[in-house]
Ligand binder design. Structure first.
Ligand code: ZN
Ligand code: ZN
Length: 265
C-alpha cells in the first residue's frame, strides 16, 4: 500500500496490537502501517495482561505508545479483585511508555460485567488518571447520558477521548462541554452509519481524533478482513469527505490533536 501523502503523518489513536500476535507478528503489521503513512499509534490495554503487553510493545517499537486499563466488559467478578487489578493499573501507569489510562468506561450493550462494578471501575480509572496526570481513553456503548453524568459528577477536570464514537449527534455536545475529544473508527464508514457521520460533522476540528480499534471494526473497503492500523486511511478518507476537508488537512488536524492530547512531542 503506497503512502497516501508525502508530508502528513497519520496517528491511530486506538488499536489493540496484542491480539493475534502468533498469526500476524507486530513488526509486520507496523511495517504495513508505516507504508500506509501511519507514524504513531496507541496500543490500548483492556485488562492486566494486555496492558503489560502494550507497555512491552511500546518499548520495542518507537511508533507505539501504550495505555493501561480495564475494559468495562473485562472486569473481574467482584470488588476485591477489582481493587487488586486497579492497583496494578496504577503501578503500570508509571511505565515511561504509558501515555493514557484506559480503556475504561461503561458498556451496557453487552452485559458481561455488573453495571455497578463498571461504574466503580470507571470512577477509579478517573481518579488514577487525575493522580498520575494522564488523559483517559473512554469506551462507551449504550450508556452515553450516564457516562456524561458520571464524568460531570466526578468534578475534577478530565482530559481524554471518547473513543470509537458510536452514537448520534445529540450526545456529542455533552462530552465536548466536558472538554473531551471525540474519536471516530471504521464503523463511521459503514453505509448505515449516517448518524455517526452526522456526529463527525459537528465535532470542532480542535477535538477530533481518528482510530482503527484494530483488530475490530474494519473500515468499509476492508470489511470482512481483520482490521489493522494500516487501514486507518479509509476512515480518514470517509471522515474528510463527511467534513468537507481534504484528507491531508484532516490527517494533519488529527495528528496535531493526538500529539497535544497525549502530551507528545
Ligand atoms: Zn472500546
Ligand atoms: Zn478498544
Amino acid at each position: 500500500m503506497a503512502c497516501p501523502f508525502n508530508s502528513v503523518k497519520l496517528f491511530d489513536s486506538h488499536c489493540h496490537l496484542q491480539w493475534h500476535e502468533d498469526q500476524d507478528p507486530v513488526p509486520a503489521r507496523l511495517q504495513r502501517a508505516k507504508d500506509a503513512g501511519v507514524a504513531a499509534c496507541i496500543c490500548v490495554g483492556v485488562d492486566i495482561p494486555s496492558s503489560k503487553r502494550a507497555c512491552k510493545l511500546s518499548t520495542q517499537h518507537e511508533m507505539v505508545y501504550s495505555s493501561v486499563g480495564l475494559h468495562p466488559n473485562d472486569l473481574p467478578e467482584n470488588r476485591v479483585e477489582l481493587e487488586e487489578q486497579l492497583s496494578l493499573v496504577q503501578e503500570l501507569s508509571q511505565d515511561p511508555s504509558c501515555i493514557a489510562i484506559g480503556e475504561t468506561g461503561l458498556d451496557f450493550f453487552r452485559d458481561q460485567s455488573d453495571p455497578d462494578l463498571q461504574r466503580e471501575s470507571f470512577r477509579r480509572h478517573l481518579e488514577i488518571a487525575s493522580d498520575v496526570d494522564l488523559p483517559v481513553i473512554i469506551h462507551c456503548r449504550d450508556a452515553y447520558p450516564e457516562a456524561a453524568q458520571l464524568l460531570e459528577n466526578f468534578g475534577a477536570p478530565i482530559s481524554g477521548v471518547m473513543h470509537c464514537w458510536s452514537s448520534g449527534p445529540d450526545h456529542v455536545q455533552a462530552f465536548l462541554d466536558l472538554g473531551l475529544h471525540i474519536s471516530f473508527a471504521g464503523n463511521a464508514s459503514y453505509p448505515k452509519s449516517e448518524e455517526l457521520r452526522e456526529s463527525a460533522r459537528i465535532v470542532p476540528s480542535s477535538r477530533i481524533l481518528i482510530e482503527t480499534d484494530a483488530p475490530f471494526l474494519s473500515p468499509q473497503p476492508k470489511r470482512g478482513k481483520r482490521n489493522e492500523p494500516a487501514y486507518i486511511r479509509h476512515t480518514l478518507d470517509c471522515l474528510a469527505e463527511t467534513r468537507s476537508v481534504s484528507a491531508e488537512e484532516l490527517a494533519q488536524t488529527t495528528w496535531t490533536n493526538s500529539m497535544s492530547l497525549f502530551g507528545l512531542k
